[in-house]
Design a protein around this ligand. Structure first.
Ligand code: MF3
Ligand code: CO
Length: 251
């Protein structure tokens, strides 16, 4: 069942979204060669708790950290570690904030120092995929329209869309109906309606979309071919004026 949220409820989710966005704005200045992904996670946890909110990923199905920090060929659910980021890496930082029972979710990709031309292009195209998907998230369209246009843009640029992870409804819990696929066919799927709140979070691979999950930690997904993967994610609300991004950062 898809929850339809009132304007007042959407404002609460936006309250959580502002904390997520502000945390990401800070990470731009923190992420550089020489720091560990655990340092990122420590900052995220302290930032969220200092805003009287809860890092909702910590403890979620036993996940032990406030953030996921996925480096290079790690698609998502990378575990913060003592790994020292080096020039040329890319790192995706994903977090969910629970503020007074309302949640917002956003992942962002950061370049560590100077990165390759390919990595830059993959970051640009993936961010475009996210915003193309958001533009299609209007009352009256169908969910398939979001996936179709994201897939088209990724593949037109020679990249592939990860199939095994999707966006999701969000509100009082982190993952609610419906699932938001980042590939598919237009005019298919359920109708998008005012009051829906969900994430769009395309994971786009440089090579093939095949993946495997780390057997030791049970969480981290890697590209099977070792190629780079990029993700950007926003939480959005469907309003009568179109999509409203609840986790938008200041530029
Ligand atoms: N934030 C992720 C998402 O976009 C969920 C991460 S799973 C967790 O859906 F266990 F790390 F929380
Ligand atoms: Co999400």
């Amino acid at each position: 069942m898809t929850n339809i949220r009132t304007k007042a409820q959407i404002e609460k989710i936006k309250g959580a979204g502002r904390i997520v966005a502000a945390c990401h704005e800070n990470l731009r200045n923190i992420i550089k060669p020489g720091i560990t992904t655990l340092t990122i996670d420590k900052f995220v946890e302290e930032f969220i708790t200092s805003h009287n909110a809860i890092p909702a990923q910590k403890g979620y199905h036993g996940y032990p950290y406030a953030s996921c920090t996925s480096v290079n060929d790690e698609i998502c659910h990378g575990m913060p570690s003592r790994y020292i980021l080096k020039e040329g890496d890319i790192v995706k930082v994903d977090m969910v904030v629970n503020k007074n029972g309302w949640m917002a979710d956003s992942a962002w990709c950061y370049a560590v120092g100077d990165i390759s031309v390919t990595a830059k292009k993959l970051m640009t195209v993936t961010k475009e995929c996210l915003y193309i998907g958001i533009c299609k998230a209007i009352d009256g369209n169908r969910l398939g329209d979001i996936g179709y246009y994201i897939q088209r843009h990724a593949e037109k640029n020679g990249f592939s869309v990860v199939r095994d992870f999707t966006g999701h409804g969000i509100g009082n819990s982190m993952h609610e109906d419906p699932a938001i696929l980042h590939y598919g066919q237009k005019d298919r799927g359920i109708r998008i309606q005012e009051g829906m709140v969900f994430t769009i979070e395309p994971m786009i691979n440089e090579g093939d979309y095949d993946l495997y999950v780390d057997k030791d930690n049970g969480w981290t997904a890697y590209t099977s071919d070792g190629s780079l993967s990029v993700q950007y994610e926003h939480t959005i609300a469907i309003t009568s004026n179109g999509p409203e991004i609840l986790t938008e950062q200041e530029f």
